[in-house]
Design a protein around this ligand. Structure first.
Ligand SMILES: *[C@@H]1O[C@H](CO)[C@@H](O)[C@H](O)[C@H]1NC(C)=O
Ligand SMILES: *[C@@H]1O[C@H](CO)[C@@H](O)[C@H](O)[C@H]1NC(C)=O
Ligand SMILES: *[C@@H]1O[C@H](CO)[C@@H](O)[C@H](O)[C@H]1NC(C)=O
Ligand SMILES: *[C@@H]1O[C@H](CO)[C@@H](O)[C@H](O)[C@H]1NC(C)=O
Ligand SMILES: *[C@@H]1O[C@H](CO)[C@@H](O)[C@H](O)[C@H]1NC(C)=O
Length: 337
């Protein structure tokens, strides 16, 4: 689906803009708060003073060090380790000393391994935690539930195992949950349903080993971009649908979902739906004609029956192939009168 404007891409863009602002004010030569400086030097030391940290020299103002953004008060608010194949080791617990940190982003560091350290739970002001394209392994720790201000939790493309901890349900400002491309198991916990007006922009859990059914509580959540593809989910996914929902794009493909599509009302804002490779039964509701911006609609490899609504006849035949008894254009099989 027109790559759900990747959470990363957006965040990286934001960070570059922020970084630009910092570069513009780099002449300030500001030293950061002594406790931040001590924490940064402890992080550097924990990494064995690798060449990545060449700019982190105590004699220079630490707000000018590579990877760091300070606020006006000289507190380190952003730490971004970006694309370094040479940086090796584990995420140091010493990171917990950066108590004013708002954004922690580790992106494309394939030689960073080991677990998510406990010290991260002390970064109570974090709004964005992103660890992506690393070799970080072990569980998604339940202590992340202590980061109550988080609105972006991105842990995609690592080697994480275990279940999604129920403690994340306490994160009531979460707007982006991106746990794609790991080896997570167990069920999807009924996160977020206790929030007052829950809107989640991104729920991205694809390419894991998640099983069980989709929490019925999700019916009360307004998701915009959903990708649950390539898991082992079963049961009913109709909770995501509804005529007035904000849903723009949903990918359920390659699961074992089985529910009756006939009674689903598609969100009128929906642009893409991929429900291929499941065991969905019933027919395609005629109301799909009212989804005016629908670009992609793939229900191939299911157990659907009945006529393809005329509004979908313009789509390629492979979006409808391999069902039980779907008929009518674009399929070659005419519907029996
Ligand atoms: C849905 O996900 C599957 C597997 O991850 C992918 O192959 C497919 O292209 C996705 N569908 C759309 C419409 O993006
Ligand atoms: C890193 O450098 C600091 C300061 O020069 C030194 O005290 C520390 O022992 C070094 N650590 C390693 C692992 O080399
Ligand atoms: C990584 O190390 C290699 C070999 O020492 C070097 O050529 C390369 O420039 C380094 N890359 C980065 C991003 O530092
Ligand atoms: C499409 O929407 C219109 C206006 O809301 C409604 O009257 C009509 O019944 C809908 N069509 C279908 C097929 O649901
Ligand atoms: C389903 O069809 C869409 C095009 O409508 C395509 O982008 C997508 O990759 C297909 N899904 C799978 C799993 O092949």
């Amino acid at each position: 689906m027109s790559t759900p404007p990747s959470a990363h891409a957006f965040l990286v863009l934001l960070l570059l803009v922020l970084a630009g602002a910092v570069i513009a004010s780099a002449e300030n030569n500001k030293d950061c708060h002594p406790s931040d400086k001590a924490a940064l030097l402890a992080v550097k030391s924990a990494f064995g003073n690798q060449s990545h940290f060449a700019s982190w020299t105590p004699s220079t103002p630490c707000c000018d060090w590579h990877d760091i953004t300070c606020n006006d008060a000289g507190r380190v608010i952003i730490l971004l380790f970006f694309e370094d194949v040479n940086l090796t080791g584990t995420i140091p617990d010493a990171i917990s000393g950066l108590t004013e940190l708002l954004v922690l982003n580790l992106y494309y560091l394939p030689a960073i391994s080991g677990p998510i350290p406990k010290g991260i739970a002390k970064l109570s002001k974090l709004t964005s935690l992103s660890i992506s394209l690393t070799s970080v392994s072990g569980p998604i720790p339940s202590f992340l539930g202590a980061l109550t201000k988080l609105n972006d939790l991105t842990l995609s493309s690592n080697s994480l195992t275990g279940t999604i901890p129920a403690s994340l349900a306490g994160l009531r400002y979460l707007d982006t949950i991106d746990l794609r491309n790991n080896r997570l198991t167990g069920t999807i916990p009924p996160l977020f349903y206790n929030s007052k007006s829950p809107i989640i922009s991104y729920l991205l859990l694809s390419n894991n080993h998640l099983s069980g059914s989709i929490p019925t509580e999700f019916a009360a959540v307004g998701f915009q971009f959903i990708d649950l593809s390539h898991n082992a989910l079963t049961g009913d996914a109709s909770v995501f649908f509804g005529r007035t929902k904000e849903l723009e794009s949903i990918n359920l493909s390659h699961n074992a979902l089985s529910f009756d599509l006939s009674s689903v009302e598609f969100p009128e804002e929906m642009q893409a739906m991929d429900a291929s490779y499941n065991a969905i039964r019933g027919g395609i509701p005629a109301q799909v004609a009212n989804v005016t911006n629908l670009r992609q609609f793939n229900v191939s490899y299911n157990k659907l029956c009945g006529q393809v609504p005329a509004a979908l006849a313009r789509l390629d035949v492979y979006n409808f192939q391999h069902n039980k008894c779907l008929c009518g254009a674009p399929l070659p099989d005419p519907c029996k009168k």
